[in-house]
Design a protein around this ligand. Structure first.
Ligand code: HAM
Length: 456
């Protein structure tokens, strides 16, 4: 038996470049076709990353259960009108970021850029209004926006979100902000909450007039988009990401000064609940969010210390009491938020407060020779059925490369089957720490190993 030193390093993935291999011109030689590339703004989630995703999903699902939310999944493809009517025609998302498809029957569809509109559509389509209100739903899935890619900003990205439909009380807003905050707290990430109120249809008119009047005075300093949208949708100017529009926000009028009595009362109640919960929030008067369906409370979460000037919120949401009606349903007050999974995982990796657990492999099964190979497969199944986590590599034949893999995996025992063991109906148990070996009957191996591993 060759002596192999034990290394504890975790298996590393070989990173291959995506460059097409250089082909020498050679008459008769076959040219390699160009390898298709990852589409710009898209991201492969590689095996070394999936444990982070699993960990985030498990934590979010736990939160969902503990706050009494049920999970919902809606399709990735929706009618274009769903988002044009809900997010708003004069928003960046609808104007320039939607992935549009025309199917073979000429129907205009899109890959969903967000999920709140889909949840409201599903709520109306499935008559959820007849269920006990409020209906509390959470979701997780891919969204698509044709944005300029950068760190933490992709064209296909994932969100998890929580929505409460059928309740207008301010305590719902406060509880949702608490949940959004707690998701990150449970991941070891400190966040700060920015909050504002953008009123209702009644108070918005006066605020819009005052906003338009202010922006007219600085019109020549605004970006072209904001100038174009000013009359129709002046709130967009407060949400603009263009550098030249940033300094203009600080002198703009504040929505809270224009709130009607019911909206003011609602907002003050939300803030009182947040005070009671001792959540770290601050008023951001230019926070209006990039989607048109919001009213009253709007909020965003930033990694603590990164809120100043950051355009990368970890999550955001707000109240959207008018959306169900816009989509043809009955009036249904609602509130919710969504958080970006890629941004959450970037932060989790950076902070390392919480790491996915390392995969535990108990046993490695090594085989030498063809007959041993089929025996090894049988043994693998026996061990797996006995609740032992087993690894093998049936593509390798020599013992040495197989034991090297066992060492890298850090298993305590390896089982070896060669020609002799096949004939004797035995297997060799090798202690990977001491190098000691013993032979044991093939059918006894699973039970014996369970005892050795303390699993029985
Ligand atoms: P949103 O602010 O557009 O809101 O997106 C929520 C979160 O999704 C962002 O804070 C960010 O973390 C993530 N996100 C957005 N775009 C990208 C991107 N291109 N790449 C990576 N992550 C991104 C909504 O989508 C609303 N539906 C939230 C909501 C739910 N409002 C009420 N209920």
């Amino acid at each position: 038996m060759p002596k192999i030193s034990k290394t504890k390093s975790a298996p590393k993935l070989a990173h291959k470049t995506h460059e097409a291999p250089h082909v020498q011109e050679d008459a008769g030689a076959k040219k390699h076709p160009r390898t298709p590339q990852l589409v710009r703004g898209m991201k492969d989630i590689l095996p070394y990353e999936t444990p982070w995703w699993d960990l985030l999903y498990a934590r979010v699902a736990d939160i969902g259960v503990s706050y009494g939310f049920e999970r919902i999944e809606t399709p990735v493809v929706e009618e274009t009108a769903l988002f044009a009517r809900s997010i708003g025609k004069d928003t960046d998302i609808v104007e320039k970021e939607m992935y549009a498809i025309t199917d073979t029957e000429g129907e205009k569809l899109v890959l969903r850029p967000e999920n709140t509109a889909s949840i409201v559509r599903a709520y109306i389509n499935h008559g959820m209004l007849n269920l006990t209100q409020p209906v509390k739903l959470w979701y997780w899935g891919p969204m698509f926006r044709h944005e300029r890619p950068q760190s933490g900003r992709y064209r296909q990205f994932h969100q998890f979100g929580f929505e409460v439909l059928g309740d207008e009380s301010p305590i719902v807003d406060a509880e949702l902000i608490l949940i959004a905050y707690n998701v990150y707290k449970n991941l070891g990430i400190n966040t700060s909450i920015q909050i504002n109120s953008i009123g209702c249809g009644k108070c918005r008119g006066a605020y819009h007039q005052s906003l338009i009047a202010y922006y007219r005075t600085v019109r020549h300093e605004m970006c072209e988009n904001c100038r174009r949208r000013l009359q129709k949708n002046p709130l967009r100017a407060l949400d603009c990401k263009e550098p030249q529009c940033q300094p203009l926000k600080k002198d703009a009028p504040h929505f809270v000064d224009y709130l009607c009595e019911p909206c003011k009362e609602h907002f003050l109640s939300v803030l009182e609940y947040l005070d009671e919960l001792e959540l770290p929030y601050f008023l951001n008067h230019s926070l209006v969010r990039g989607l048109d369906y919001y009213n009253r409370t709007v909020f965003e979460l930033y990694a603590a210390g990164e809120e100043e000037g950051s355009q990368s919120a970890l999550g955001g949401g707000g109240r959207y009491d008018g959306l169900a009606e816009i989509l043809g349903g009955r009036p249904t007050p609602a509130c919710g938020f969504a958080q970006g999974c890629e941004r959450a995982i970037l932060k989790m990796k950076e902070i390392e407060a919480l790491k996915p657990p390392a995969d535990i492999v108990h046993i490695f099964v090594a085989q030498i020779g063809n007959q041993a190979k089929s025996k090894a497969l049988k043994l693998f199944e026996n061990l797996r059925a006995a609740g032992i986590t087993v690894a093998h590599n049936l593509s390798k034949n020599g013992l040495r490369p197989q034991l090297e893999i066992a060492n890298k995996l850090g298993v305590r025992y390896s089982l070896v089957i060669g020609q002799k063991e096949v004939q004797d109906e035995t297997v060799i148990i090798r202690d990977m720490e001491s190098g000691g070996q013993e032979s044991i009957g093939f059918n006894k191996a699973a039970n014996d190993l369970k005892k050795k591993l303390g699993l029985s």
